[in-house]
Ligand binder design. Structure first.
Ligand SMILES: NC(=O)c1ccc[n+]([C@@H]2O[C@H](COP(=O)([O-])OP(=O)(O)OC[C@H]3O[C@@H](n4cnc5c(N)ncnc54)[C@H](O)[C@@H]3O)[C@@H](O)[C@H]2O)c1
Ligand SMILES: [Zn+2]
Length: 342
């Protein structure tokens, strides 16, 4: 078991990798706790929840919604929640975002924690204090920065995760290695077979490593003024691919990582051999590195995206494996590359 502290100005948030869902009780002891989960996690693991009231939402992105949040707040009121109550989200990124949002806003904020049950939530969504819901097709447009007291990453829960969801999370694991950790990249290269087979020790190792990278970046820049932008590696192009093609998030991010690697080569920042290693690594985890979406449609979607700032887009480029730079990239230059140079 490994404890990772996210060092923040006003409070501490602790990520516990390798802890077991059965021990959740000890983290909430003495407080009136309310659990929020989705129906898949409820079906699989309800018998291991501590005895607290449980609110079950439908699985999927549609539950990140103001009406669903209002339903939970009503249920909290009906069940006598007060400012001393504690909320625990048990689930993937959807449940963590929703539970975090409700906890941050109900009665101006209750303490909360997560048991992250998907790989993506364990290494990414549950860490960092961003939470929010969607509105009219705008993702995460209503939300807060508010830190969970704890994030339990029970890697044994990942065994029941559908293959697609596991691989989806691997895209973020690879992204974190590319941002800050060449050793993790080398490890992912050498151990793809046991990692894909979900060997317990390997899962604990990669989740611990990846969570530590995200925690360090969040600790450096909690409110996303600079350093935290690096976490958008692969996402500027990837989000646009996701919009145009409806590919799963991780697959779209993988295509975005490949796009960023090639752009970095064109700009003389990354060596061709390094780009090839990156593409090979993504492929070895069954992640795509290209797709047949119309690049001009993807480009338009990217320009529309909220990350557009003035005439330039903050693009995250790689200047080696395990190191990135944030560059204001000219829109015309990006269009040329997206349409002709890629
Ligand atoms: N707040 C952040 O910083 C942040 C960062 C990245 C992503 N996100 C958000 O995370 C969400 C995606 O998260 P996700 O990929 O975890 O999706 P998800 O929460 O929808 O979970 C994926 C699927 O797996 C099921 N599931 C969860 N745990 C399981 C388990 N142990 N066994 C079997 N099935 C299980 C869920 O019911 C769901 O059907 C998006 O809404 C995204 O915006 C937030
Ligand atoms: Zn992502």
């Amino acid at each position: 078991m490994e404890k990772i502290q996210v060092n923040l100005k006003n409070r501490q948030s602790t990520i516990i990798v390798g802890e077991c869902l059965n021990n959740l009780e000890k983290y909430i002891r003495g407080r009136k706790c309310f659990i929020i989960t989705d129906s898949n996690v409820n079906r699989l693991y309800r018998d291991r929840f501590p005895s607290c009231p449980v609110y079950v939402v439908k699985p999927g992105e549609k539950s990140k919604d103001l009406k669903v949040s209002a339903g939970i707040c009503r249920w909290l009121l009906e069940n006598g929640a007060d400012r001393g109550s504690f909320i625990t989200g048990i689930g993937g990124g959807v449940v963590c975002d929703l539970a975090g949002f409700v906890a941050a806003t109900f009665m101006r904020g209750l303490s909360f924690g997560f048991v992250a049950t998907t790989l993506l939530a364990q290494v990414d969504a549950a860490i960092g204090g961003k939470n929010g819901v969607n509105l009219d097709g705008y993702k995460n447009i209503i939300g807060t920065f508010s830190q969970p007291e704890f994030v339990i990453c029970d890697v044994d829960l990942l065994i029941s995760l559908p293959e697609k969801e596991y691989v989806n999370g691997m895209a973020e694991v690879i992204k974190h290695a590319l941002i800050r950790d060449k050793h993790q990249f080398d490890h992912l290269e050498g151990y793809n077979i046991p990692i894909l087979a979900r060997d317990r020790n390997e899962m604990e190792l990669i989740v611990g490593h990846s969570a530590r990278i995200k925690a360090a970046i969040v600790g450096d820049d909690e409110l996303e003024h600079g350093e935290r932008r690096k976490l958008n590696l692969g996402h500027t192009w990837g989000h646009a691919v996701e919009k145009v093609t409806s590919l799963p998030h991780g697959e779209a991010v993988s295509i975005g990582l490949a796009f960023s690697a090639q752009l970095s080569v064109n700009k003389g920042l990354l060596k061709e051999e390094e780009r090839d290693r990156i593409l090979d690594l993504l492929s070895s985890y069954d992640l795509p590195v290209k797709n047949d979406a119309d690049p001009s449609a993807v480009f338009s979607a990217m320009v529309m995206d909220k990350k557009k700032e003035g005439g330039a887009i903050h693009f995250i480029l790689m200047d080696g494996i395990g190191s990135v730079v944030v560059e204001q990239t000219d829109v015309d230059e990006l269009r040329n590359f997206a349409l002709y140079g890629n």
